[in-house]
Design a protein around this ligand. Structure first.
Ligand SMILES: Cc1cc2nc3c(=O)[nH]c(=O)nc-3n(C[C@H](O)[C@H](O)[C@H](O)COP(=O)(O)OP(=O)(O)OC[C@H]3O[C@@H](n4cnc5c(N)ncnc54)[C@H](O)[C@@H]3O)c2cc1C
Length: 409
């Protein structure tokens, strides 16, 4: 077993790697180096309850400080791993070279930034970190005008929190529908209507060309329609994997740090886990990059088990969730290249599941306020189960009976 593990990045994947290493009996040194000045924390509440002011900072922490003390984990927070010297097996932190036997890169991702005139006005914010929320919250007051740029999950979650706090909210989206990268048009339409009913205004098929300073506010200039006056602008136009450290060290990078099913990079002493990786998934038969808590946790675990000498290849069906108003969207599988989509339940009753098939194979389910469908579907998708789509749409038959009748893949 190695003597010393250094983890670069102190987020979701890093915390899980630490937990698995110590639970797995690793007694060597663990050093966690995190750029942000916070204990490893969960990000999902940043655009949900924490943004709404309904959650304390301590509840964001994945483990209290005492966990790291009790488990002999050294924390270097508020500082970066600046470089890796692979031949000497050292990392540069605060000007010092620190030796490792195994290095885990858990550097996550960073927001895609707008490169338009006026992108640097103080009213414009991104949302990735606790500090970003702290920048947004003072303006999150009734009567303020918010323009959200980007109609993906993060933008829509912010819109939901803000409109409920009494702000006048407009979402500008360049595509012709919401969450277009991930969901079927039916869900885009459902969410558009839900947000409109709550009072959010939309500009679809509209780009942003610049932000202009005005007296006490800004004007968001769009490719269509009049400019939008705003006291606050929140941009959610996607993220990019944080791979510069790995690339500078000569590790293979291709839409993420390239790892194998054990989270090993192209250097046998270096692992990578979480948002920053491009990884193979045997269940899906392809390589992919994911942006989700589940993936970060599972890969953190996979990397740690490999370091412990108890390798367990990563093979997980992806899942993700999004909370907007009273709507809990739970998504599993990848809804790409499907041949049929059926709806189980009634969108008008705000409880339904969009079920995506390739032939008779269930490949993805997007469940709105339908946890049972979500839970059972995760298993069915992992099994490559075959089902009659017409049967799945029939709510007269309980979903567990339909699941029980599925043919194995
Ligand atoms: C607002 C928001 C809402 C979200 N909602 C959901 C949701 O509902 N469901 C879901 O499944 N997922 C959600 N996600 C995504 C989820 O939070 C991420 O997929 C997850 O945090 C990824 O974990 P990670 O450990 O790979 O990276 P991160 O949690 O991003 O952690 C990486 C850390 O590494 C640090 N770092 C980077 N480079 C260095 C370096 N050189 N040295 C030291 N430190 C470094 C970064 O500063 C960061 O703190 C959300 C994300 C955001 C931002």
């Amino acid at each position: 077993m190695p003597d010393k593990v250094i983890i670069a990045g102190a987020g979701q994947a890093a915390a899980q790697a630490v937990i698995t290493l110590r639970h797995g009996g690793f007694t060597g040194g663990i050093l966690l180096v995190g750029e942000e000045p916070y204990l490893p924390y969960q990000r999902p509440p940043l655009s949900k309850k924490y943004l709404a002011g309904e959650m304390e900072l301590e509840r964001l922490h994945l483990r209290p400080e005492s966990f790291y003390v009790d488990h002999g984990v050294q924390l270097h927070l508020g500082t970066r791993v600046e470089a890796i010297d692979r031949s000497r097996r050292t990392v540069r932190v605060d000007g010092a070279d620190l030796g490792y036997d195994r290095l885990v890169l858990a550097t996550g991702s960073h927001v895609r930034r707008l490169a338009i005139p006026g992108h640097d006005v103080p009213q414009l914010h991104y949302l990735r970190t606790i500090d970003d929320v702290r920048g947004i919250q003072p303006q999150l007051r009734a009567g303020q005008r918010l323009v959200v740029i980007g109609g993906g999950y993060v933008g829509l979650e912010v819109a939901a929190v803000a409109v409920q706090a009494g702000l006048a909210v407009t979402v500008v989206e360049i595509a012709d529908r919401l969450m277009a990268r991930a969901v079927a048009p039916l869900l885009s339409q459902f969410y558009l209507k839900a947000h409109q009913a709550a009072g959010v205004a939309f500009r679809l098929q509209t780009g942003v060309t610049g932000i202009r300073r005005a007296a006490g506010h800004v004007e968001v200039q769009c490719t269509a329609g009049a400019a939008l006056a705003a006291d606050l602008v929140v941009v959610g136009v996607g993220i990019l994997p944080t791979t510069a450290l790995a690339a500078a060290a000569g590790l293979e990078v291709d839409n993420g740090i390239v790892v194998d099913e054990l989270c090993r990079t192209s250097d046998p002493h270096i692992y990578a886990a979480g948002d920053c990786t491009s990884h193979p998934n045997a269940l899906l038969g392809r390589r992919l990059r994911l942006e989700s808590v589940h993936n970060a946790q599972e890969q953190g675990k996979t990397a740690a088990l490999a370091i412990l000498g108890q390798p367990e290849p990563y093979a997980q069906i992806p899942w993700f969730w999004s909370d907007q108003y009273d709507l809990k969207l739970q998504m599993t599988g990848i809804a790409e290249d499907y041949t049929t989509m059926v709806v189980r339940g009634d969108p008008d009753k705000r409880a339904f599941a969009a079920c995506y098939f390739t032939g008779e194979q269930l490949i993805a389910v997007h469940a709105v306020n339908s946890p049972r469908e979500f839970m059972l579907s995760k298993k069915l998708i992992a099994q490559g189960a075959r089902l009659d789509p017409a049967l799945v749409a029939d709510t007269a038959i309980p979903f567990k009976d339909i699941a029980a009748s599925a043919s194995p893949g």
